[in-house]
Design a protein around this ligand. Structure first.
Ligand code: RIB
Length: 358
């Protein structure tokens, strides 16, 4: 029996009418405890193909009509499969500057802000704020930044039951972020608990991954952590989306071979194909060719984040899909923009939207 069994009749009838998404899987995300915000393995949905691979999965089965309404059988659709995010959690120390300093130069900032960040945390928060059940697997320190980050995740509706505290003395990850007047940024990440050793075994995290509809990874935790998480996902037929951002070194083949969708930005794409800065970012055909060359290394799809140019999805058997970016009147801060895109893309895919719409 799952939570739907305890729902009022009106909610059950709404679900039987096909409004699966009107039925909350978790309640509003109260501070940390209680079972309401916990993500549970969804065994009923496990035999179905992952939603990410089979968008039609969400269709609600129709209840058979009977003569006697009291005897009506209500067939509930399986609850939506959560998004699992394994990755980094950083306190971002953000200084606004008129322009980014040149080497050796000192610039001033009117104030320092401490904000929630980290690619994993940003992606999980984006998905949680879009209302999709999302669970974060990560590690923070026992310090005040750790408390702040847990509160931020919970506030965004993210399940933090699998966010561990690192051993004493290991600080929460931090990032020093400079943002200039045009909204461009420059970031230095101090890994802290993200890159400190993680537990060798974590059955709860494995269960969260195995019950997810999609696993999101980035590269601000160790390749070993990512590879282990990806292997747990693949074993449970959960597709893996790897954001290539986080470190310069290319992802190991052992990880790439487990990835369904690899998502670099254009700089990372150039690095991945060994082209350094030689990739013409405004040349759609060159970007598509570079992305396409990565398909041989394991992923089925390459999702290129192109900043103001939007996004490009490259697969083996279809022309590249180009999606323009939304125009905004003024760019305030680009920090985490790619993370928001990734989290939102993941939610759209889990909702069953085709890639172009996602
Ligand atoms: O992608 C943006 C993020 O990168 C920042 O929040 C910072 O913490 C770094 O991880």
């Amino acid at each position: 029996p799952h939570a739907a069994a305890r729902r009022p009749l009106a909610a059950l009838l709404a679900a039987s009418a096909g409004d699966a998404r009107g039925v909350p899987y978790r309640s509003g995300g109260g501070a940390g405890g209680g079972s309401a915000g916990k993500v549970r393995p969804v065994s009923a949905a496990r035999s179905a193909s992952p939603a990410f691979l089979s968008p039609a999965r969400d269709a609600a089965p129709a209840a058979p009509p009977t003569g006697n309404p009291a005897a009506r059988v209500v067939l509930l659709p399986p609850p939506p499969r959560p998004l699992a995010v394994v990755g980094s959690i950083n306190a971002d120390l953000v200084a606004r500057v008129a322009r980014l300093p040149a080497p050796g130069e000192t610039v001033t900032s009117p104030a320092l802000a401490t904000l929630p960040g980290g690619k994993g945390c940003n992606q999980a928060a984006a998905a949680g704020l879009l209302g999709w059940p999302t669970a974060m697997v990560g590690q923070v320190g026992g310090d005040g930044y750790g408390d702040m980050m847990l509160q931020a995740l919970v506030g965004a509706g993210v399940d933090v039951a699998c966010v561990r505290r690192a051993p004493s003395g290991v600080p929460t990850g931090t990032a020093i972020v400079l943002v200039d007047a045009r909204g461009e940024n420059c970031i230095v990440v101090c890994g802290g608990a993200n890159t400190a050793p993680w537990p060798e075994e974590d059955a709860d995290a494995d269960a969260v991954i195995a019950s997810a509809g999609l696993l999101l990874l980035q590269r601000e935790v160790s390749d070993a952590v990512n590879t282990r998480a990806a292997a747990a996902a693949v074993a449970a037929r959960v597709p893996v989306l790897l954001d290539a951002g986080g470190v310069d070194a290319p992802p190991p083949d052992a990880l790439l071979s487990l990835v369904h969708t690899l998502s670099p930005n254009e700089t990372e794409l150039a690095r991945l194909v060994g082209g350094g800065g030689g990739l013409r970012e405004d040349d759609d055909a060159a970007v598509a060719a570079a992305a396409s060359s990565l398909l041989a290394r394991g992923p089925s799809r390459i999702l290129v984040k192109r900043g103001a140019r939007g996004a490009m999805l490259v697969t083996a058997n279809a022309p590249p899909l180009l999606a323009p970016a939304f125009r905004v009147p003024r760019v305030v801060d680009t920090t985490g923009a790619g993370d928001c895109f990734t989290g939102a893309f993941a939610v759209a895919a889990l909702r069953g939207l085709p890639a172009a719409a996602a």
